[in-house]
Design a protein around this ligand. Structure first.
Ligand code: HH2
Length: 274
């Protein structure tokens, strides 16, 4: 691992690098290798501690992309970035083959939005001694926004993550390399997203590192009336500020420079708490 991306490192910013034609916010912008590498270098220079390379959009309704295609999108970018920067590179995939190829190419973290459905993924992370992100999702990207339902959102999401943490630990991944993520926007209404963010301290209290990904998501668009994801930076900043104050370890964001300012100011304020 090339950076302190373990759960004791304080609040880190993870920059999103979607090498896809169809992501909800930056789809198509970084689909070509030179543009993607440039964006990765920019985010690293801005202070991102982690660059999360995503070769498959998970926006509502998105179709799965075959492993071969994901590898073709992500690996050239990871190889080039790994040669140029020391920043930790994460692979955002649910596919074991893609994760393996990414680690071989220089990635040193796995972001699995299915939280180790494929048990080979857990073994891989244990063997390679890399951190993993375990995210909660109700349904699949294709179906998740159809009619998400919870009796008690926070309790159910926490229970799911606790079961997946157990699976990760049984596979040999130590606690300090496990991050839990409530999965903002993955099978959740605005109400569910707000409940999870309002109670994010309960996730922090588990003692595991917490990752949150509110960046430019549709609940922010709906609450502010901003249809264009690029106009949701201030709304994102509000959610990021709340998460930093609650002790979240990693914020996954599109706007690295802006959100690093938010993290700095929140930290400066909370350090003065008497
Ligand atoms: N959100 C997205 C993708 N991956 N991973 C984690 N751990 N947590 C998240 O909240 C998360 C994630 C969706 O955002 P984005 O990558 O910007 O869009 P798309 O899925 O359309 O590529």
């Amino acid at each position: 691992m090339k950076t302190k991306s373990d759960s004791s490192a304080g609040c880190l910013v993870m920059g999103i690098l979607n090498v896809t034609p169809d992501s909800f916010s930056d789809g198509g912008k970084f689909f070509d290798v030179p543009e993607a590498v440039e964006q990765g270098l920019t985010m690293a220079a801005q202070g991102a501690a982690i660059i999360d390379v995503g070769p498959e959009s998970t926006r509502p309704g998105a179709k799965p992309i075959p492993a071969k295609e994901q590898i073709g999108r992500a690996i050239p970018v990871i190889e080039k970035l790994a040669k140029k920067i020391k920043t930790c590179i994460s692979i955002d995939t649910t596919d074991f083959e893609v994760a393996k190829a990414a680690l071989d190419a220089g990635a040193s973290m796995i972001n699995d939005i299915t939280a180790l459905v494929d048990e080979r993924m857990a073994k891989l992370a244990a063997e390679k001694k890399v951190p993993v992100v375990l995210m909660h999702m109700q349904g699949t990207p294709r179906t998740m926004q159809a009619e998400p339902k919870y009796k008690d959102t926070v309790t159910e999401v926490l229970a799911f993550l606790s079961a997946r943490v157990k699976r990760a630990e049984q596979a040999g991944i130590p606690k300090q390399r496990i991050f839990i993520d409530p999965g903002i926007g993955f099978g959740k209404t605005i109400e569910h997203n707000l409940q999870l963010l309002a109670n994010i301290d309960k996730f922090v209290k588990t003692g595991y590192g917490v990752l949150v990904g509110p960046s430019r998501k549709s609940f922010i668009g709906k609450l502010t009336g901003r249809e264009n994801p690029a106009d949701r930076i201030f709304g994102t900043a509000a959610a990021v500020a709340l998460c930093v104050a609650a002790g979240v370890s990693i914020l996954r964001v599109h706007d690295v420079a802006e959100m690093i300012d938010v993290v700095k100011i929140v930290n400066a304020i909370i350090n003065k708490k008497e």
